[in-house]
Design a protein around this ligand. Structure first.
Ligand code: AMP
Length: 212
């Protein structure tokens, strides 16, 4: 199954993509994760995109398209994949259309109020990547990682100003993809407001997957 998970930041695309990828035996390809990996490892690409990610703006299309093109050529993507966070612009969607024929695009729907609530409460343990949420999934001790006791941090792009910017960018550049894919008969809407287990149940049903 060749799929795109579309939707605003914080809608749970990444969380659901991990579960679906595992259940369906296909790779989860997150452009945001690829950029963050490069930033952490201080690669040339990482140095080029760090300030862009911190601000919530988009990395230029040419850079992102080339990255995805390379990734989709790997053997593990031959029978299917989940693209999470790509495409985010019409030129990216056009380029993707030339690379592969998609089966489905899942449109994760979530209100702006809920997006801000979810993202502003997210905390990360930098060493392991473990994530928490101050309201929905708090650590045992406030501000500390459960396993190591080390301090948790807030991603720069989860700070209030950057969240507002990411939402504006989403509205202006990515939301038009909803109509783009709807008019091509690929789009399925999914309400992302319920709990992760309930969203997953709806998604598994939609995709004909066994529940995991
Ligand atoms: P995400 O983890 O998907 O929210 O992505 C984090 C950040 O990575 C975004 O705010 C952008 O700066 C960058 N990014 C991820 N995917 C793309 C993309 N398809 N096009 C441009 N920038 C991207």
């Amino acid at each position: 199954m060749k799929m795109v998970f579309l939707g605003p930041p914080g809608a749970g695309k990444g969380t659901m993509a991990v579960r679906v990828a595992d259940a369906a035996g296909i790779p989860h390809i997150s452009t945001g994760d690829i950029f963050r990996f490069n930033i952490k490892n201080e690669t040339e690409l990482g140095k080029k995109v760090k300030a862009i990610l911190d601000s919530g703006e988009l990395v230029p299309d040419t850079v992102t398209i080339e990255l995805v093109q390379d990734r989709l050529q790997k053997d593990d993507a031959a029978n299917g994949f989940i693209l999470d966070g790509f495409p985010r612009t019409i030129p990216q969607a056009d380029a993707l259309g030339e690379m592969v024929e998609l089966d489905r695009v899942i449109n994760f729907e979530l209100s702006d109020v809920e997006v801000v609530k979810r993202l502003s409460g997210r905390r990360v343990h930098p060493g392991s990547g473990r994530t928490y949420h101050v309201l929905f999934s708090p650590p045992r001790v406030e501000g500390k990682d459960d396993e190591t006791g080390e301090p948790l941090v807030q991603r720069d792009d989860d700070k209030e100003e950057a969240i507002k910017n990411r939402l504006n960018v989403y509205r202006e550049q990515t939301q038009p993809l909803i109509d783009y894919y709807r008019s091509r008969g690929k789009l399925v809407d999914l309400d992302s407001a319920p709990s992760p287990d309930n969203v997953y149940a709806a998604l598994a049903e939609l995709l004909g997957l066994k529940r995991a």
